[in-house]
Design a protein around this ligand. Structure first.
Ligand code: ATP
Length: 230
């Protein structure tokens, strides 16, 4: 495997949280590599460290110990810590994020929500990407609706389109179907699978749903802050 195939490389990543006088080791030395174009699912009991790990992989949090490399570049590690400004650039240029709670702006239409990232940063062709994504995700007929006028499944499609509008290399999805019924959940899973297959988008997903996890090519089980390849 050539190094250039590896997009995310975690080495001995740990994260401790302080709660009063107690220290909680939420992540206990996780080492794993994710290749470009992989669809990786993380499962495991509540509190096993899934969100903590994907937040670190997505450069949303700093580890207490260990290293993280992104496309061969050290992001965190011995003597190395990107500035908040550098991290912001990495977050918006490399990653798209989706979460259980969609986080749509209630006063903006579907189209405006998808275009929100363009107000801060825009890759070439991003404007045309809004229309392409509305169509691809089957929500173009909802383009002028407000979030409160559409279903939960449609809301998550809007959030996916927004996450993709700047053509990220990696989509991070934390419980993307946690608020959806099983039919909508399967539909969103299939959308993610299709994005991974057709465009080679790398997907890193946390889920409690075994059916959804199966859609990814690779499963990792978290237990007590450690990762076990399934
Ligand atoms: N900000 C925080 N402060 C203190 N403890 C935290 C914090 N965030 C997470 N923890 C603790 O770290 C451990 C791992 O949490 P994490 O959210 O990563 O688990 P999870 O596997 O994603 O759980 P869930 O499936 O319930 O979302 C838990 O014991 C949790 O209580």
């Amino acid at each position: 495997m050539a190094d250039t195939d590896i997009t995310l490389d975690a080495r001995g990543l740990s994260r401790a949280y302080r709660r009063g006088s107690e220290e909680i080791l939420a992540l206990d030395g996780v080492t794993l590599s994710i290749k470009r174009g992989e669809f990786v699912s993380f499962m495991g009991p509540s509190g096993s460290g899934k969100t903590t790990l994907v937040n670190l992989l997505g450069c949303l949090d700093n580890p207490s110990a260990g290293e993280l490399h992104l496309a061969g570049k050290k992001i965190f590690g011995e003597g190395k810590r990107l500035s908040e400004r550098e991290l912001t650039v990495v977050r918006r240029e490399v990653f798209g994020y989706i979460f259980q709670n969609f986080y749509l702006v209630p006063s903006l239409t579907v189209r405006e929500n998808v275009a929100v990232p363009l107000a801060f940063y825009r890759k070439p062709g991003a404007e045309a990407e809004v229309d392409r994504l509305l169509k691809l995700l089957g929500i173009e007929h909802r383009a002028n609706h407000l979030p409160r006028e559409i279903s939960g499944g449609e809301m998550q499609r809007v959030a996916i389109a927004r996450a993709l509008v700047n053509r990220p290399e990696i989509l991070l999805a934390d419980e993307p179907t946690g608020n959806l019924d099983s039919r909508r959940s399967t539909e969103i899973g299939e959308v993610l699978q299709e994005l991974n297959r057709s465009s080679g988008l790398t997907i890193v997903m946390v889920t409690h749903d075994p059916g959804l996890a199966k859609l990814g090519g690779r499963h990792i089980e978290m237990r007590d802050g450690r990762a076990y390849e399934g």
